[in-house]
Design a protein around this ligand. Structure first.
Ligand SMILES: NC(=O)c1ccc[n+]([C@@H]2O[C@H](COP(=O)([O-])OP(=O)(O)OC[C@H]3O[C@@H](n4cnc5c(N)ncnc54)[C@H](O)[C@@H]3O)[C@@H](O)[C@H]2O)c1
Length: 384
């Protein structure tokens, strides 16, 4: 499929990506955190590829509105549950993707204990489910496992530099523990596992006020608020389009690789330039407001410098050169498609899509809980 998705209005990938996604035709997949920003992209791609998708989400930072367009699909089922309490699943399953976790600094600092619980107990529950079902398991880990790195960019072999008692420790250490659990499960129980280390990702359905740089700047630009740029704005970020990250995750899932595998873009943006681009695209007259990084609780921690993957692996920059490098890298990944044309939307298209109102800015009221201990017997939000 090319162009724009008829159900979501999101730009979609090139035909080669659709061909690849047919790997999942008829597969039975459970996605924890599937009603979040990235999870909703994963659920959408899998349903479109012909998979039967069970989305399990507590809605602690997600929103049923993110998957509202899938709700009536016969191959999609939404179950509201906290995966630290156990995972309601209808077997058999071929794949378990564990994306559940608060992911932005604003949320994980507010939900520090919940973040540690879902990274530990939640991950263990998802691994045990995968083992019971003989399913392949994928952990959505993060570039934050590298902490405040001394190595730029970060290859998967770099072990990181993490403060166990710092302002981000609940998230960083939860993910590191989740990775250790995943490796232990693989070695001790023979579970088929994969670890994806996701770098900064942006796209429609990011929550507007969760403190991540693209959504924050867009929200400020669209509302005319001053655009907050930390420090002098020359710090950089690599930003990956959500469609690319999603395809990267699914390619890793289909590959048989254990990882860890970095998934992100090597294309770096100075924050001050990103703010300027967003201002241009939105036609906003929001002023810049430079601010000093603050470490005080409970706000978000100061930005981290240069999280950037060492090489494009499964997601990549959209520039032609970056695309060629990504395709080259993909050709080396089992299950990757050599010479594929990614056909991803340009950054401008993507940013324009969000600026035209696709970005989610308020919570949906349609998130009726189902099948959870808090609301036993309530029907799940699925067509059938
Ligand atoms: N978006 C990024 O740039 C990025 C970068 C690196 C890693 N990741 C990882 O990808 C995953 C998804 O991130 P996101 O950006 O979509 O975040 P998100 O907050 O939008 O989505 C996370 C989802 O998990 C759900 N959840 C949290 N705890 C849960 C629990 N105990 N039980 C059931 N559901 C629970 C939330 O309700 C939410 O729907 C996370 O694991 C995150 O660490 C994301």
């Amino acid at each position: 499929m090319d162009g724009t998705d008829s159900t979501t209005g999101s730009p979609v990938d090139a035909p080669t990506d659709e061909t690849f996604l047919r790997t999942f035709d008829g597969a039975r997949v459970l996605v924890t955190g599937g009603a979040g920003f990235l999870g909703s992209w994963v659920c959408e791609r899998l349903v479109r590829a012909g998979a039967h998708v069970q989305c399990v989400d507590s809605m602690v930072t997600g929103d049923a509105g993110n998957v509202a367009h899938l709700r009536d699909h016969e191959r999609f089922r939404l179950v509201e549950a906290d995966v630290t309490d156990g995972i309601p699943a209808e077997g058999p399953l071929d794949h378990v993707l564990h994306l559940a976790s608060p992911a932005s600094p604003v949320h994980y600092r507010r939900l520090a204990l919940e973040t540690l619980a879902v990274g530990s107990t939640g991950t263990r529950n998802a691994l045990d489910l995968a083992e019971r079902e003989g399913a392949r398991f994928l952990l959505a880990s993060t570039s934050e496992v590298y902490g405040d790195p001394e190595v730029h960019p970060q290859p998967e072999t770099y072990r990181g530099r993490v403060d166990p008692v710092g302002p981000r420790s609940c998230y960083d250490e939860a993910k590191r523990f989740g990775e250790a659990l995943t490796v232990a499960h693989r070695e001790q129980r023979g579970t088929d596992t994969a670890i994806a280390r996701i770098f900064n990702t942006y796209g429609p359905r990011m929550a507007a006020a969760d403190g991540r740089v693209v959504s924050t700047l867009l929200h400020q630009a669209l509302t005319g608020a001053p655009m907050t740029v930390a420090g002098d704005g020359t710090q950089t970020r690599s930003l990956c389009w959500a469609g690319d990250t999603t395809v990267g995750l699914l390619r890793l899932l289909a590959s048989g690789e254990a990882g860890p595998v970095n998934i992100g873009s090597e294309d770096e943006w100075r924050i001050i330039d990103l703010a300027e681009l967003i201002r241009e695209l939105t036609g906003s007259s929001s002023p810049d407001r430079l601010r000093r990084p603050a470490e005080g609780r409970p706000g978000p921690p100061a930005p981290r410098p240069h999280p950037r993957p060492a090489a494009p692996r499964l997601g990549a920059a959209d520039a032609a050169a970056g695309r060629a490098a990504a395709d080259d890298a993909l050709a080396r990944v089992p299950g990757g498609v050599p010479g594929s044309s990614w056909g991803r939307p340009s950054r401008l298209t993507a940013a324009a899509t969000t600026s035209s109102g696709v970005i989610r800015s308020s919570r949906s009221s349609g998130s009726a809980p189902c099948g959870s201990p808090r609301s036993p017997g309530r029907p799940c939000q699925s067509a059938r």
